[in-house]
Write a protein that binds this ligand. Structure first.
Ligand code: CO
Length: 196
């Protein structure tokens, strides 16, 4: 079963070399991506595949439900490197409809450690309770919460010292909130972009 992955890899690598003999030597020399992607770990939302970006074109951080916890050393390390060393131009926080993390935050059940991780989604849900209560259909409410959470993560990112200092020194850096639909494969811009 695992051998198939090595076979796929051999097929991919030799195909790349056939198209461009310098492909790997060029790529191994440096990376200069213009995008940082912060997305969900969900296997159905692979950043490079759905955006058509090649290796070297997008720096990627993924976690359950694409959250920006301000004390998350993993995310902050990725963010600092992307902003200060790679000088990315765009940071994309991409959520997706049908997100299991958002569902788990909504269902009122105890799941374990993940409940602590998902707390920011419950906070967003509580902060928007009046508007969410007006959405009669549970699935539509889930979709709305997926969108609201992405917007909230964009705000969280914008308030980090890393982003604030990048904007203070005039870095041409924009943060965007997008959402992906599993059922049609389309990305949508939530129009909550921020810049310095
Ligand atoms: Co998800």
């Amino acid at each position: 079963m695992l051998q198939a992955l090595f076979d796929n890899n051999e097929h991919w690598a030799s195909g790349k070399l056939a198209d461009d003999p310098d492909y790997f030597s060029r790529l191994s020399a440096l990376q200069h991506p213009e995008f940082l992607w912060i997305g969900c770990s969900d296997s159905r939302v692979p950043a490079n595949v759905i955006t058509g970006l090649e290796p070297g074109e997008v720096f990627v951080h993924r976690n359950v439900a694409n959250l920006v916890h301000r004390g998350d050393l993993n995310l902050l390390s990725v963010l600092e490197f992307a902003v200060e060393s790679l000088c990315v131009k765009h940071i994309i926080v991409c959520g997706h409809y049908g997100c299991g993390g958002v569902r788990a935050a909504m269902d009122g059940c105890r799941h374990g450690v993940i409940d602590h991780w998902l707390q920011p989604i419950r906070d967003v849900s509580e902060a928007n309770a009046d508007a969410l209560d007006l959405v009669p259909d549970l699935e539509a409410r889930h979709r709305r919460l997926c969108e609201l959470s992405v917007q909230s993560q964009v705000e969280n990112l914008a308030r980090t010292p890393i982003i604030q200092s990048a904007w203070r020194r005039g870095a041409p850096l924009r943060i965007h909130g997008w959402i992906y639909a599993l059922d049609d494969g389309r990305l949508r811009d939530l129009n909550c972009s921020r810049h310095g």
